[in-house]
Design a protein around this ligand. Structure first.
Ligand code: SF4
Ligand code: SF4
Ligand code: SF4
Length: 155
């Protein structure tokens, strides 16, 4: 997840106010909280800032992916320990007596899965944070030893 400072560094930094914010830094914070979109910074779309704009678009791809749940995985920080996979309450299996057991998931499409040593988001729509009945769930993040999971917005 990019920080506001990383975003700020790529903005025009003129504090021109065209985006409706008094400063580019405040715009950067609102990009992270998704209250503003890059398109609202008109100067960024001039040829002079094309390189920066492309970098920002790349950087913010991860935020777009999180639109439904707020869940973002920073694959560079992930060490593939699978704590998030086994701790996710949606992945817990029930034994014949309806007690939670094992947490060894056999789901075909789990929310999170380890592929090539890194966690991948497979079925985001199964996450408890998804959809109109979503609930605040932070279990995967709380069990991640490297802070590779973050949430764009807390509900
Ligand atoms: S429009 Fe762009 S350059 Fe102007 S204040 Fe907003 S973020 Fe900064
Ligand atoms: S937020 Fe909750 S439901 Fe969603 S992946 Fe993480 S632990 Fe599972
Ligand atoms: S708990 Fe964190 S480090 Fe471990 S697999 Fe999940 S995201 Fe990666």
């Amino acid at each position: 997840m990019p920080s506001p400072m990383e975003i700020y560094k790529l903005l025009p930094k003129t504090n021109c106010g065209e985006c409706g914010e008094k400063t580019c830094m405040s715009f950067a914070f609102k990009i992270i909280s998704r209250e503003k979109k890059l398109e609202e910074c008109k100067p960024l779309f001039s040829p002079k800032f094309e390189k920066n704009r492309k970098k920002l678009e790349e950087m913010l791809e991860i935020v777009k992916k999180a639109e439904e749940t707020g869940l973002v995985v920073n694959e560079e920080l992930c060490i593939g320990c699978a704590n998030c996979v086994v701790s996710c309450p949606v992945h817990v299996e029930k034994d014949p007596y309806n007690a939670a057991m094992g947490r060894g998931i056999k789901m075909e499409n789990p929310i999170l899965r380890i592929e090539n040593g890194v966690v991948k988001v497979v079925e985001l729509n199964l996450c408890r944070r998804y959809g109109k009945n979503r609930t605040l769930c932070i279990v995967c993040r709380e069990n991640c030893p490297t802070d590779a999971i973050s949430f764009v917005e807390e509900m």
